[in-house]
Write a protein that binds this ligand. Sequence first.
Ligand code: GLA
Length: 409
Amino acid sequence: MKKTALLLLSLAFSLPGFSQGNNYTQNYKKYDNLALTPPMGWNSWNKFACNVDEKLIREVADALVATGMKDAGYTYINIDDCWHGERDAQGFIHEDPKRFPSGMKALADYIHSKGLKFGVYSDAGSQTCGGRPGSRGYEFQDAQVYASWGVDYLKYDWCNTEGLKAEGAYKTITAALRKAGRPIVLSICEWGNDKPWEWGPTVGHLWRTTGDIYNCFDCINDHGTWKSWGVMQILDKQDGLRQYAGPGHWNDPDMLEVGNGMPANEDRAHFTMWSMIAAPLITGNDLRKMSKETTEILTNREVLAVNQDKLGVQGFKQSTKDSVETWLKPLEGGKWAVTFLNRSRKPQPVRFDWQTTPITDDLSKQELNATKTTYKVRNLWAKKDAGTTKKAFAATVPAHDVVLLLLTK
Ligand code: GLA
């Protein structure tokens, strides 16, 4: 029996045409060892929409370095929609020659020469959301072109995808990127429609969990057929998803609006909450004209360390009282980040008694028990130490603002 089975098996492998349909297997798994902490960088969409060209992208790359953003950890310079020109007779995609006269390869080289990484955008459908050529039917050619330019990051959108299933479509582009041979971060952007957190972790490195962000702290922008969402609305939509995030695979609540017009308190709260939920930190403001306040928010190292913590555990809401939410994020080495988020329009007092409020995170198995361990408390926005967990913490949180604490053993 055993011998016959072996013989059949070796026959199957020696006859190329024998097992039909499996001769050209693809690798549908993303590149490993990328985005082990949430990706940090800049993307053109939130501020510039379709108004992108090589001059802007070069200037932004320069500004990322000059403002200290690069030193703080921001790496990716990503061009969103509307960079595309036409496909040639063979089907290869080209950049818009008017907007990118020097070509994408030269732009990628420039970005790389600054020690930064380069990202582009495409769409699984026939056209991008901005009406440019999509990748449908051209996935393997597009991936080949991106690899030849030196692309490091691909955001892959979901407009005009009639008849496609998201999981299959994203696996196709992953296989194409694999075939092209250059490790590229894949940012899945199908707005959370088909539960990408369930199939996305092996296919891509991050997946949008919602529709587009809207530059407003607490409102909804109704466009008729679709809506875009304020910072608080997006935050609420992350409920129930934390178990899916971790090193190399992140929930993506969309790019940052910090520096795009909200007041500093709201920008700070937005940035803090994205840090607490281990979100990718892709800025979307004009880095060439940042205010001092915006730069200080985006480059606060201690807050960035909360986001970039190696454990990669997404934080959670522990309680809500009088419009103040208490959020916790377990960090490496038994540390904890604790945020009091005031969602109301007036200042609110907070009091948190560490001694009587032990916390256990069932997901990460981390424990915060101040009766067993005394933690040092530091206020990360005030940049001041704030005693220990022997004493209850009390403060007033301004309207639409946060107090963010770091607890260290
Ligand atoms: C979609 C995406 C946005 C942006 C635009 C570009 O709406 O969700 O993030 O990429 O398309 O057209």
